[in-house]
Design a protein around this ligand. Structure first.
Ligand code: MLT
Ligand code: MN
Ligand code: ZN
Length: 372
């Protein structure tokens, strides 16, 4: 814990006698979906597809959603963001737990201590720019995502004296805060859109697209907001989780084209569809999970509509479609995590834009190379 953070945290911990959690809330892992939509949000600023039109018209069957981010905490006092969306400012204004406090010396003090990035996509990283106003922050990212984002001079607005970039490695748990252990794992994906070259490999398993397995007091939550395919290895890894938050970008692979708002399929964008014989509903049907929640839902996805056939299919399979503000509390199941603060190397700062990382590492699942 950083200097300056402790007094406020202690004061909050001292409140709420009789409650389990340090801040008067439930003890154990808490997660808040800050934004449940994919890139563009819902409704999207320039879109009047069938689903967006309902939102623009105020139809009660749909609720607007902001872009993809999750906040997690072991104590309700200090929080880690899993991705920082372009809507982060509005998300903080809507989420009391993330709002600033007055430090004991009168200084500014945010409960947000760290951000962990699952890829370098704009909807997951642009919110870092919102966090630039001189607050201590640690940003955890793989080498691939750091090369795409942290090395971009624009993100130098995060004052290097206060914001530390830490490199994370697949399969090596780290503790962004006491009591929280996170392990990154590769999921089938691709490079961010802005790094796509003349051709792009879809479904590679590298540090460019990761899932995060969060452990806290014996409970486990898995966050996979972007995934191009469900492999047997991924099913085996996710099995037994207490809560799975999974990529719900499109319901049909060709839904953007059907709506006339784009030509790319979901798979071409690195997202397997929810529905269909080989969609995520079918692929994860046998998964043992306490809760299954779709996140990163694109504005074209009809499962956003209450009562739609697609929503009914998802409900019937035991999934929920996340809303902004959806909370998940996982009770204490065992001892607090003891993963030490990692001695991670700080990536060296670069002064020029990075070249796209090489993503041709052999993988266990076949990847597809597609010309743009
Ligand atoms: C995605 O999830 O595919 C990306 O967020 C797309 C984008 O960068 O707009
Ligand atoms: Mn996205
Ligand atoms: Zn739309």
């Amino acid at each position: 814990m950083r200097e300056g953070a402790q007094p406020v945290a202690d004061r909050l911990r001292a409140t709420g006698p009789g409650n389990d959690g340090p801040d008067g809330g439930p003890a154990g892992l808490r997660a808040i979906v800050l934004g449940a939509a994919a890139g563009g949000g819902f409704p999207q600023w320039n879109c009047r597809c069938t689903v967006c039109a309902l939102a623009w018209d105020g139809d009660p069957r749909v609720n607007p959603r902001t872009q993809s981010s999750l906040a997690i905490s072991a104590d309700g006092v200090e929080w880690v963001l899993l991705n920082a969306s372009p809507d982060l400012g509005a998300q903080i204004r809507a989420t009391p737990s993330l709002q600033p406090r007055r430090g004991d010396d009168g200084s500014r003090d945010s409960p947000i201590r760290a951000v962990v990035l699952t890829n370098g996509d704009v909807d997951h990283v642009a919110g870092l720019l919102t966090l630039r106003e001189k607050a201590p922050l640690t940003v955890f990212a793989t080498a691939e995502t750091h090369a795409a984002v942290g090395a971009n001079p624009l993100f130098g607005v995060l004052d290097p004296a206060l914001a530390a970039w830490r490199e994370i490695h697949l399969g090596e748990p780290f503790a962004p805060l006491p009591g929280l252990a996170i392990e990154a794992f590769a999921v089938p994906g691709k490079v961010p859109l802005y790094l796509e070259g003349a051709s792009v490999d879809i479904g590679t398993e590298t540090g460019a697209t990761i899932g995060l397995s969060v452990r806290c007091s014996g409970a486990r939550l898995d966050h996979v907001p972007g995934c191009a395919a469900v492999t047997p290895a991924l099913v085996a890894r996710l099995n037994g989780t207490d809560a799975l938050l999974f990529d719900g970008t499109v319901f049909r692979d060709d839904e953007m084209r059907l709506e006339g708002v784009g030509t790319k399929t979901g798979r071409r964008m690195g997202h397997l569809p929810v529905g269909g014989a080989d969609g995520s509903l079918a692929a994860l049907a046998g998964l043992a999970a306490g809760r299954k929640v779709y996140v990163h839902v694109n504005n074209t996805n009809p499962m956003l509509i209450d009562g739609s056939p697609e929503r009914r299919a998802v409900d019937a399979a035991g999934w929920t479609v996340a809303e902004d503000g959806t909370e998940i509390a996982l009770p204490v199941r065992g001892a607090a995590e003891e993963t030490p603060w990692p001695s991670l190397p700080e990536p060296s700062r670069q002064t020029r834009l990075p070249t796209p990382p090489t993503l041709r590492t052999p993988t266990s699942s076949p990847s597809t190379t597609i010309a743009r």
